[in-house]
Design a protein around this ligand. Structure first.
Ligand SMILES: [Mg+2]
Length: 184
């Protein structure tokens, strides 16, 4: 049983760091909820701006990016305990080094808490059994998606193998439940 855990928006609050940076630069007071869709079509900034600024944050200021949840290390470890292979996967290019440093800063180590850190634009090609991701475009593309609920994926319905979850613990319980059902 192979599990894929996404980095941006699932482990790391990248979008929140972006909003903070954007607000301070232009004296705005936007919130995460203002990123109302994944392509930023309803947002007060473009997807390109979001990608460029977050690339820069990951390059120069990655320590300022907070985790999405408290006790992240314990929660990732608990997912690791139910599967022989847990990969942390990102579609973002050229930031693997910083992302691995970020994970270590939060006590999450390769081999101890996850199997591999993988950079792959087409995550669904990696063939994991379960995906914990906030990207609404994986809905219907992967076998089983635990869609980490965020303001930018609210339009996705729970069908075709997608289940909305509000925490990593909830995703873990869902995986355990399905894995058990497969064995029965
Ligand atoms: Mg993501």
């Amino acid at each position: 049983m192979k599990i894929s855990i996404d980095m941006d928006g699932v482990l790391a609050e990248t979008q929140k760091a972006f909003i903070k940076d954007f607000n301070s630069r232009y004296d705005y007071s936007y919130t995460l909820e203002d990123i109302g869709d994944y392509d930023c079509e309803c947002a007060p900034f473009s997807k390109r701006t979001l990608i460029e600024v977050t690339n820069k944050l990951w390059k120069d200021d990655w320590e300022c990016i907070s985790p999405t949840e408290d006790n992240l290390r314990r929660k990732v470890k608990k997912i690791c305990e139910i599967s022989s292979r847990v990969d942390i996967v990102t579609a973002r290019m050229k930031r693997e080094k910083q992302m691995k440093s970020w994970l270590e800063m939060h006590g999450i180590y390769e081999d101890e808490h996850y199997s591999d850190f993988i950079r792959e634009a087409e995550k669904h090609d990696l063939g994991h059994d379960f995906y914990i991701d906030d990207n609404p475009y994986y809905h219907g593309k992967v076998n089983k998606l635990f869609l980490y609920s965020r303001p930018w994926n609210m339009e996705v319905k729970e069908e075709n193998g997608t289940e909305r979850v509000y925490s990593l613990d909830e995703a873990r319980s869902g995986i355990e439940r399905l894995a058990k059902r497969t064995l029965e």
